[in-house]
Design a protein around this ligand. Structure first.
Ligand code: AMP
Length: 218
């Protein structure tokens, strides 16, 4: 099978996981705690989307990935996040934005499992839940945030979430986020991020309409 690479004018690479070659976790240069977590989770081989994303991310690319729930997309960004995190450093290093609290929680749980052998804390951040425990988790140095755009932006504006150390920025179910009207929040969050050169951006969507390509290029 052949990799389908379509660099967009702004430097994003669009990948179609169905055309990517299958690999095995053994071929990946994974840190020992990540490898052990995958084994504990019973994941024997990567799904197609996981292979595609890992290969391209290690080349330093920003990615736009067309993939659906059930394809293993959460671990597709979760594994590289676990791999790049420094568990000696406190503070947010990776952020995943999701359209609903259910998805944010699901993402947080999967990444917690992937980081189970590391001293890493994952903080779900969504509206409708009391803000003080979230403020405390962030102040205690949570390294990964999985949250909905409105509440994440609220924390940034209150000064309770520092985005300056972020190295991986993921937009999950981007088409859903746009159809739910989160575009402005996402763009305002993006404005506070470190420069493109200092972070990697991953955009996941079941469909990639023009509006999403625009967000990608921004
Ligand atoms: P997702 O698309 O992220 O919602 O994942 C769908 C399901 O696949 C979840 O239940 C995951 O736990 C499971 N899963 C993800 N990656 C793998 C893998 N490499 N091997 C086996 N199961 C997996």
């Amino acid at each position: 099978m052949r990799a389908k690479l379509e660099p967009t004018p702004k430097g994003f690479t669009t990948i179609d996981p169905l055309t990517e070659a299958e690999t095995s976790f053994d071929e990946w240069d994974l840190a020992e705690p990540v490898r052990r977590a995958l084994s504990d989770m019973g994941y024997e081989r990567p799904t197609l989307v996981q292979s595609s994303v890992f290969g391209h991310l290690t080349k330093g690319q920003d990615l736009m990935v067309q993939s659906k729930t059930g394809s293993g997309k959460t671990a597709a960004f979760g594994i590289p996040i676990a791999q790049i995190l420094s568990d000696e450093k406190k503070g947010v290093q990776a952020i995943i934005l999701a359209p609903t609290r259910e998805l944010a929680l699901q993402v947080a749980r999967e990444i917690e499992k992937l980081c189970q052998h590391m001293d890493v804390s994952v903080c779900p951040i969504y509206g409708g839940a009391p803000i003080n425990p979230q403020i405390k988790a962030l102040a205690d140095g949570a390294q990964i945030v999985a949250g909905t755009p409105g509440r994440v932006l609220d924390h940034i504006r209150r000064g309770t979430m520092d985005t300056s150390g972020i190295r991986m920025f993921v937009l999950d179910e981007c088409d859903e986020m746009l159809s739910m009207g989160f575009q402005e929040e996402i763009e305002n969050i993006l404005k506070t991020m470190p420069s493109k050169e200092q972070r990697q951006t991953l955009l996941f969507s079941a469909t990639i309409p023009t509006a999403i390509e625009r967000i990608g290029s921004r």
